[in-house]
Ligand binder design. Structure first.
Ligand code: GAR
Length: 223
């Protein structure tokens, strides 16, 4: 596919199932995301997300931590391969490695992530169980720029659903994925592809205006 526009070369990093990647693939097919998915990088051999990329005809590369003597060497090798793809944007989509400060700085302003919580709440792992334990009425996911602060970079858009009395971590996680994650990530990436999104001095700009607070959407018509 030829380059179509200003900022539409998108590289995606995955580690696992790849449902967010699938959301991007589906959004491109539906004309909701005008990005070219140029390459998927994965750090695990048997990740299901690789099959999703192959089915969609997206080139993939596995970059395994085990093949590199240190975390820094792994990050450098990954960064080198990413640069070769000339990405406008890099989307971490369930990429479960902590990236070094050097890596984050190298791609600052074009590195996005999705985290399964309403940040700044519940950084880190096991977000769904922690939400249930705390008795929060709502839960969701947040797309944010990546900074050195793990899960703490400037947020762009979050989405939420109501937590139900009969939810367990599996039902809640599934609903957040289906109702929130696969919708909000392509939306932010479309703003990015259209040149509408930018990070300046750690502040998020949309259409040239700084976001006073992260955007939020409720997804409440769920069954
Ligand atoms: C998603 O829920 C994503 O938000 C989360 O991993 C899952 C990956 O699923 N990411 C993080 O927890 C990052 N801190 P997927 O591989 O099916 O898209």
């Amino acid at each position: 596919m030829p380059d179509r526009g200003i900022a539409n070369r998108l590289v995606v990093l995955i580690s696992g199932n790849g449902r967010n990647l699938q959301g991007m693939i589906d959004a491109v097919a539906a004309g909701r995301l005008s990005a070219e998915l140029v390459h998927v990088f994965c750090d695990r051999q048997n990740a299901a997300g690789l099959t999703r990329a192959w089915r969609a005809g997206i080139p993939t590369t596995i970059v395994s931590r085990r093949d590199h003597e240190s975390r820094a060497a792994f990050d450098r090798a990954l960064a080198r391969r990413i640069v070769a793809e000339r990405p406008d944007w890099i989307a971490l989509a369930g990429f479960m490695r902590i990236l070094s400060s050097e890596f984050v700085q190298q791609f600052a302003g074009k590195l996005l992530n999705i985290h399964p919580s309403l940040l700044p709440k519940y950084k880190g792992l096991d977000t769904h169980s922690r939400v249930l334990k705390s008795g929060d009425p709502r839960h969701g996911a947040t797309v944010h720029f990546v900074s050195d602060d793990l899960d703490g970079g400037p947020p762009v858009l979050s989405g939420s659903v109501a937590v139900r009395e009969d939810d367990d971590a599996a039902t809640l996680s599934d609903r957040v994925m289906r109702r929130v994650e696969v919708h909000i990530y392509p939306r932010v990436l479309e703003w990015a592809a259209q040149g509408r999104l930018a990070l300046r001095d750690q502040s998020v700009f949309l259409d040239g205006e700084p976001l006073a607070s992260p955007l939020h959407e409720s997804f409440d018509d769920d069954q």
